[in-house]
Design a binder for this molecule. Structure first.
Ligand SMILES: NC(=O)c1ccc[n+]([C@@H]2O[C@H](COP(=O)([O-])OP(=O)(O)OC[C@H]3O[C@@H](n4cnc5c(N)ncnc54)[C@H](O)[C@@H]3O)[C@@H](O)[C@H]2O)c1
Length: 358
């Protein structure tokens, strides 16, 4: 039997790439997303069109089949709508769930805290409840490197204490990890939390620096350099994450003691998923300038509330399960992003740019 997987946040950046990968790997895929307007919903509709779904006539909570991938169906559905979610689980019977839907973004959580509590806490609770009542073989969910807060010892390992989140976004992701442990311990839901590290690539997110910097640089507008550029990020190319997750789906955790000195067990683990080669902001901007063949106008600004100084993934735990991760270089990854960006925005391609397909 073809395994069936639910992907939440399927019109989002990572979800869109995951759907394509899972269809190619022989899964029956059901995608859901509420297509909210945190960033331009046209980009989300564009991703859907790219996966064969016409977003125009979509009706709430109704599955439509992709014109491109026969094994893919999509519904506009909000994970806060518990009864719609329950109906979906009841009628579909999923083998696996990949939960990516969330209110993302650190800075937005300062101004719009409500969205984070309702989507990331209540929405996640609804997913856990469904996986409890309609059991699945493995529920994987997106956590974030932001749970490490302002820890200074690097690289970040999953077993270091992470109880000092510096944004509400990070606090909701840490809460998800705790709720997941409880559901695994009490109801034996096999769970894996994935701490993503600054994912970038084609069809990416306009609220993230690589995308907004590209927009500003191509428009001749200045870019803000926070903390004098004294920030490091473990930029991870989207295909590398997607490839690793696909290899992890059918490898749930087996029964394991919580940790030495703690009674109780669960089918639960937390894994970093990142590039393990952080770069300072300035190196990143110079690489982007090279790819765009344009110079940025820089304005120095102080550190922003909620931001962290560094992120750096130790991925040895993940690699002990799936083998070596793919590691696309920043040059190659940004090159592919810029090529997509120029095509998406109908920008002229410089004479000496690589013109092969993305
Ligand atoms: N991109 C990164 O660098 C990064 C880093 C760390 C963690 N993450 C996490 O990975 C996941 C995917 O991130 P992404 O970069 O693809 O973000 P994204 O915003 O592009 O995708 C999330 C999708 O979820 C949908 N969504 C939000 N609330 C919903 C709701 N209530 N019901 C249904 N759909 C809803 C949105 O419309 C969006 O399409 C998120 O959980 C995010 O927090 C991403």
């Amino acid at each position: 039997m073809t395994p069936k997987i639910l992907v939440t946040g399927a019109a989002g950046f990572i979800g869109f790439h995951m759907v394509k990968k899972l269809c190619a790997s022989g899964y029956q895929v059901v995608g859901i997303d509420n297509l909210n307007s945190y960033y331009d919903p046209e980009l989300k509709k564009g991703r859907l069109a790219e996966s064969g779904i016409n977003a125009g006539p979509l009706k709430e909570n109704e599955l439509v089949t992709s014109a491109k991938f026969p094994s893919y169906r999509f519904a506009k559905l909000d994970i806060r709508d518990k009864s719609a979610l329950e109906k979906l689980f009841n009628t579909e019977g999923f083998d696996y769930v990949l939960h990516l839907a969330a209110q993302a973004g650190v800075r937005y959580s300062i101004t719009h805290p409500d969205e984070y509590i309702s989507c990331n806490i209540t929405g996640f609770y609804n997913i856990l409840e469904c996986c409890r009542h309609w059991p699945v073989k493995h529920l994987l969910f997106a956590s974030s490197s932001s749970v490490y807060g302002n820890r200074t010892e690097v690289p970040f390992r999953e077993d270091i204490p992470v109880d000092k989140p510096v944004s509400l976004y990070a606090a909701t992701k840490k809460s998800n990890e705790l709720m997941a442990y409880t559901y695994s311990h009490l109801y034996r839901v096999p769970l894996t939390g994935l701490r993503f590290f600054t994912v970038y690539g084609p069809w990416g997110r306009p609220d993230m620096a690589y995308f907004s910097f590209s927009e500003k640089i191509t428009n001749g507008e200045p870019i803000s350099i926070f903390n004098n550029g004294n920030l490091q990020r473990d930029f991870t190319y989207v295909d590398d994450i997607v490839d690793a997750i696909e290899r992890l789906v059918n490898k749930p955790e087996t029964e394991k003691e919580a940790e030495p000195g703690v009674k109780g067990s669960a089918l639960y683990r937390i894994l970093n998923i990142g590039h393990s080669d952080p770069v300072v902001l300035d190196t990143f901007i110079r690489e982007l300038e090279k790819q765009l063949q344009l110079e940025a106008i820089r304005i120095n600004k102080p550190m922003q509330a909620g931001d962290v100084l560094t992120t750096y993934a130790d991925v040895s735990a993940l690699e002990s399960i799936i083998g070596k991760m793919k590691h696309t270089s920043l040059t190659d990854g940004l090159g592919r992003f810029v090529k997509w960006y120029r095509a998406y925005k109908n920008l002229p391609v410089p004479e000496n740019a690589d013109k092969s397909a993305v």
